[in-house]
Design a protein around this ligand. Structure first.
Ligand SMILES: Cc1ncc(COP(=O)(O)O)c(C=O)c1O
Length: 371
């Protein structure tokens, strides 16, 4: 496909978030050094977007220099973790435009998360304007290199000074931006630790909300995974310790030898991933509908051992599509297939990233241009 010389199409407005430029932005050479090989989430751009909830309304919207946020030591978020967040990416397309991937889904999921945490939801248009304005302000920070993107981290937090366990009456909405490369190195399969006994979410809890507490619960199992030579944790259901749910930051897909694909159904304890939804759409449209169902760990163990399961892979915004080469726990260690990326994971990763990076047409209208 050929690209027009100049970007065309509607550009998402960031006007609702006026810019106060950073008077001391990184110099070109400083920025180049920071962007050469950024560790995920360690490098931040010159600006941040903010809005405040007070008196029952959102106000003080803007994009401003990135700076520390002063907070009273008694701020509610520091004690009871009343907080929700999102993660999405901006991509640089061959025509020079900057594009977000399905940002309205992040906005909608943040509304669902906020409602679960008894927080005031930020309207979808407001969310979109904030991320657009920030990418526009920090356009030079969107990487050029293969696999690079600008990771956006919108979040809402409770700021009322109060130790009472009750919803705050003030909140801050903040968006930061970080240039990132590929989240997990290499094209081969990663090793995954199956967490027994430690869970991230319970029925009726906050598992399907993107809130910090879920990730706090995953830290110890994540540490155990590292100690056992694994890069990520796979969680089982909390009730029976029997069904696979998701990884610490990704959803799970299982590819069977007959070509069919299954993924754990959304039970309320699993995050409804936007990549999960996109992968399911791509596979379904290629004649490979993904079944959402309960998947027992035992089924995976037996299937991997017998060869009935050909591939297992994970998917999420940060890590895109990550083939799983090995599954381990206290009492077993299994190599999936030949331990390398399988054809279905490889195919779906290419389809998805070709759309995200503008290398292929976007028949779904997933990309939203911001610059
Ligand atoms: C727990 C968890 N599951 C799944 C995902 C994947 O979701 P998405 O594809 O929307 O990034 C994430 C990342 O956001 C996550 O943190």
């Amino acid at each position: 496909m050929t690209f027009p010389a100049m970007p065309t199409g509607r550009i998402l407005s960031g006007d609702a978030y006026p810019l106060t430029p950073n008077p001391h932005p990184a110099t070109d050479s400083e920025r180049a050094a920071l962007m050469a090989d950024p560790v995920f989430g360690k490098v931040f751009t010159d600006h941040m977007a903010r809005a405040t909830w007070s008196g029952g309304m959102w106000s003080d919207r803007g994009v401003m220099p990135l700076e520390p946020i002063p907070m009273h030591p008694g701020a509610a978020v520091l004690h009871y973790a009343q907080q929700v967040f999102e993660g999405l990416k901006a991509y640089r397309h061959p025509d020079g435009s900057l594009q977000l991937f399905r940002p309205a889904m992040n906005a909608e999921r943040m509304i669902d998360s906020a409602l679960r945490l008894a927080m005031p939801p930020l309207p979808v248009d407001d969310f979109l304007a904030a991320v657009a304005a920030l990418v526009q302000a920090d356009a030079q920070w969107v990487p050029q290199q293969e696999g690079g993107s600008l990771y956006l981290r919108p979040y809402l937090m409770a700021t009322e000074t109060s130790l009472l366990v009750q919803p705050s009456d003030t909140y801050e909405f903040v968006v930061t931006a970080s240039p990132v490369g590929a989240y997990m190195g290499g094209g081969g399969g990663v090793s995954i630790w199956v967490s027994r006994g430690f869970h991230r979410a319970n029925e009726g809890g906050t598992g399907d909300a993107k809130t910090g507490g879920n990730y706090a619960a995953s830290m110890l199992p994540q540490q155990l995974a590292k100690e056992n030579g694994c890069s990520q944790v796979l969680f089982l259901d909390a009730k029976e310790d029997r069904y696979v749910e998701e990884l610490g930051g990704m959803n799970l897909m299982v590819v069977f030898g007959d070509g069919s694909v299954a993924t754990p159904r959304l039970t309320g304890t699993i995050l409804p991933g936007i990549t999960r939804d996109s992968v399911m759409t791509l596979l379904a449209d290629a004649g490979r509908p993904v079944r959402e169902r309960d998947i027992e760990l035992e089924e995976i163990r037996e299937g991997v051992a017998s060869g009935a399961i050909a591939e297992v892979f994970a998917c999420g915004t940060a890590a895109v599509v990550t083939p799983i080469g090995e599954l381990k726990s206290d009492d077993f260690a299994l190599t999936v297939g030949d331990g390398e990326a399988g054809p279905v994971a490889t195919w779906v990763k290419k389809e998805l990233t070709d759309i995200q990076y503008g290398r292929a047409e976007d028949p779904y209208g997933w990309m939203v241009r911001v610059a």
